[in-house]
Design a binder for this molecule. Sequence first.
Ligand SMILES: [Zn+2]
Length: 69
Amino acid sequence: MPTRKYRRTSDKGQPTHFECAKQKCKWMGTYDQKAYKPRGNGFTDHVCPECGNLEFYGLTEEYVKSKKL
Ligand SMILES: [Zn+2]
C-alpha cells in the first residue's frame, strides 16, 4: 500500500511537517522551519522560506518517516 502523503483535515492534531502548496516549489519542513512575515498589525504570517507562499499541506507521519524528514 502506498504511503499516504497528505493529512486529511479530519485527522486529529496538528501536523509536524508541512509542504509548500505551490506545485513548483514543494518546500518541506517543520513548523519551526517556516519563515515569518510580519503583517504590520502585530500578527505574523507563516510563509514558505523558498517562495513566500502562505499555503501549506500537512504531511502524514507515515510519509515523514518514509522520507526520513
Ligand atoms: Zn514554497
